[in-house]
Design a protein around this ligand. Structure first.
Ligand code: NAD
Length: 462
C-alpha cells in the first residue's frame, strides 16, 4: 500500500519532527502494509500555526468559491474511489463491495451535500433591527476514529471548510492511509495551503496535543465516551467549543403489530454491517414476550447467513475486547443462539456473528457498547416496559421502531431519548442531523445542522 512518510502541513508533505512511526496492519491476514509518521506535539503545533495563518483569507473567501473547492474535492474523491475502497479494505478489513458502496459512496455524497450547502447557505439574517452574521468559528481540531475512516473525516472537514474554518485533522492510528488519500484529494481540489492539515499520530500524544492546543477554537471528536469525556473536560477548562460524537447502544423496538420477519432480518443486517463496528448500530432488539422465541429463531437463521460474509474487526485489541464481552454475556446467564467467543479463522481478527437471547436489561451486554457483530435480544411485556428498556442506558444515539402502521411507530419514537430513529426501516438520510442524546454526545453532524456547528454568530444593531 502507498504510504507517505510525512505529514501534510501548509499545502505540502513535510517530514515529521518526531521519528516515531505507526505500523498499519491488514486485519484479514495480520500483515504490516505500511508505516506512517506518529507526529508529536511539535508537529501538531506546526499544523495549528499553518491553519491559523490560513484562516483570515479562507474565512474571507466568498462562499461560492469555497463551494467550488468542495465540488472539486468531491470530484477528486470520485476519481480515486477504487483506490480509496481498496485502502479501506486493506486497513479496516471491510469487504470490497461494502467499502465501495458505504465507505466511499457515503462520504462522496456528504462532500457533495456540503458543496451545495456552502453555495446556498445564507451567512447573514435579519432579526428586527439586527443583522446577524454567521461567521466561521476559527481553527478546528478534528479527531476521528477508524470505523468509517473516510466518512468521519468528511463529516467534519467538509462542513468546516464550507463554513470558512481551517482544519487540523488527527485520524485514527488504525486507518491513517485513508486519511492520507483524503489529504491528496484536498490538495488536488485546489484548497489553499494551510486550510487543511493532516497530522497522523497516537491519540494520547498527537490527539491530546491537538485537543489542548490554545490555537484551536473548536475540537470535534468522534470516538469512545471515555476519551470524549477527557476532551470535553479539557475544552471546558479552556472555554473552547467542543462537538462530541460518542458511543451508542441503540434499541430496535419491534412492536406487536410489526412485520416480525422483516424487522428481525433488517435488524440483524444492521448489526452485522461493518462487522458491528458502527456507533449507531441497533445492538439491542426488543421483542414482545409473545413472539420472542419466533424472533430468536428468525435472528438465528439470519445470523447464520452472515457467517462468511462479514469482515474481521479492525485490530487484535478490538477482537479481544469483543470476545471478552461475549464471554461476559455467557457468564451473566445469556443464551448464545448463534456465533460465540471462539474465533472462526486461525488468522485475522475475525469474530463470528453472534446472537444472544434471554438478555435482561441489567446485563453488561445490554448496557455497554461492544462494537462488534453481537446482537442482544430482550423480551418486553408491554409498550411501557419496551420504552423503559429502550431508554434505560446511558446512551441515546440512534434506534428503530417497527409497527404495522408508521404513525404508531412514530408515536413510540417520539418518546425515545435518542437522536435518530428509523421508522419501519426508513433509510439513512445524509442531510438529516446525526448526533446523540445523553452520553452519546454533544452537537450534530451532517446537513445544515452540521454546518451550524462550525459557525458562530455576531449581531449588528441598526
Ligand atoms: P478512541 O476514542 O480511543 O479513539 C478515537 C480517536 O481518538 C482516535 O483518533 C484516537 O487516536 C484519539 N484519541 C485516543 N485517545 C486520545 C486522547 N487522550 N486525546 C485525544 N485523542 C485521543 O476509540 P478506539 O480506541 O479507537 O475505540 C474504542 C471504543 O470507542 C470502541 O470500542 C467503541 O466503543 C468506541 N468507538 C466509537 C465510535 C463512534 O463512532 N462513536 C467510533 C470508534 C470507536
Amino acid at each position: 500500500m502507498k504510504a507517505h512518510d510525512g505529514l501534510y502541513i501548509d499545502g505540502a508533505w513535510r517530514p515529521a519532527g518526531s521519528r516515531d512511526v505507526i505500523e498499519v496492519v491488514n486485519p484479514v491476514d495480520e500483515q504490516v502494509i505500511g508505516h506512517v509518521p506518529a507526529g508529536g506535539a511539535l508537529d501538531v503545533d506546526a499544523a495549528v500555526r499553518a491553519a491559523r495563518a490560513a484562516l483570515p483569507a479562507w474565512a474571507a473567501t466568498p462562499a461560492a468559491e469555497r463551494a467550488a473547492r468542495l465540488t472539486a474535492l468531491r470530484d477528486a474523491l470520485v476519481a480515486r474511489k477504487d483506490e480509496i475502497a481498496e485502502t479501506v479494505t486493506a486497513e479496516l478489513g471491510a469487504p470490497p463491495e461494502f467499502a465501495q458502496a458505504v465507505h466511499v459512496g457515503l462520504p462522496i455524497a456528504v462532500a457533495g451535500s456540503y458543496a451545495e450547502l456552502a453555495a446556498a447557505h445564507s451567512f447573514e439574517e435579519k432579526v428586527g433591527n439586527s443583522t446577524v452574521l454567521h461567521e466561521p468559528v476559527g481553527v478546528v481540531g478534528a479527531i476521528t476514529p477508524w470505523n468509517y475512516p473516510l466518512h468521519q473525516i468528511v463529516a467534519k472537514v467538509a462542513p468546516a471548510l464550507a463554513a470558512g474554518c481551517t482544519v487540523v485533522l488527527k485520524p485514527a492510528e488504525d486507518t491513517p492511509l485513508t486519511a492520507q488519500l483524503f489529504a491528496e484529494a484536498v490538495h488536488e481540489a485546489g484548497v489553499p495551503a494551510g486550510v487543511f492539515n493532516l497530522v497522523t499520530g497516537l491519540g494520547p500524544v498527537a490527539g491530546q496535543a491537538l485537543a489542548e492546543h490554545p490555537g484551536v477554537d473548536l475540537v470535534s471528536f468522534t470516538g469512545s465516551t471515555a476519551v470524549g469525556r477527557q476532551i470535553g473536560a479539557a475544552a471546558g477548562a479552556a472555554v473552547k467549543q467542543v462537538a462530541l460524537e460518542l458511543g451508542g447502544k441503540s434499541a430496535n423496538v419491534i412492536l406487536p403489530s410489526a412485520d416480525l420477519a422483516k424487522a428481525v432480518n433488517v435488524g440483524v443486517a444492521n448489526v452485522m454491517a461493518n462487522s458491528g463496528q458502527t456507533c449507531s448500530a441497533w445492538t439491542r432488539m426488543l421483542v414482545h414476550r409473545d413472539r420472542y422465541e419466533e424472533a430468536v429463531e428468525l435472528a438465528r437463521t439470519a445470523a447464520a447467513k452472515y457467517g462468511d460474509r462479514i469482515g474481521p474487526l479492525v485490530s487484535a485489541r478490538q477482537q479481544a475486547r469483543v470476545r471478552g464481552y461475549i464471554e461476559k454475556g455467557v457468564a451473566e446467564g445469556a443464551r448464545i443462539v448463534a456465533g460465540g467467543p471462539q474465533s472462526p479463522n486461525e488468522r485475522g481478527y475475525f469474530v463470528s456473528p453472534t446472537v444472544f437471547a434471554d438478555v435482561t436489561p441489567q446485563m453488561t451486554i445490554a448496557q455497554e457498547e461492544i462494537f462488534g457483530p453481537v446482537l442482544a435480544i430482550l423480551p418486553y411485556d408491554d409498550e411501557e416496559d419496551a420504552l423503559r428498556i429502550a431508554n434505560g442506558t446511558v446512551y441515546g444515539l440512534a434506534g428503530a421502531v417497527w409497527a404495522g402502521d408508521a404513525s404508531e411507530a412514530a408515536a413510540f419514537a417520539r418518546r425515545m431519548d435518542t437522536g435518530q430513529v428509523d421508522i419501519n426501516g426508513g433509510r439513512f438520510n445524509p442531510l438529516a442531523p446525526f448526533g446523540g442524546y445523553k452520553q452519546s454526545g454533544v452537537g450534530r453532524e451532517l446537513g445544515a445542522h452540521g454546518l451550524a456547528e462550525y459557525l458562530q454568530t455576531k449581531s449588528l444593531q441598526f
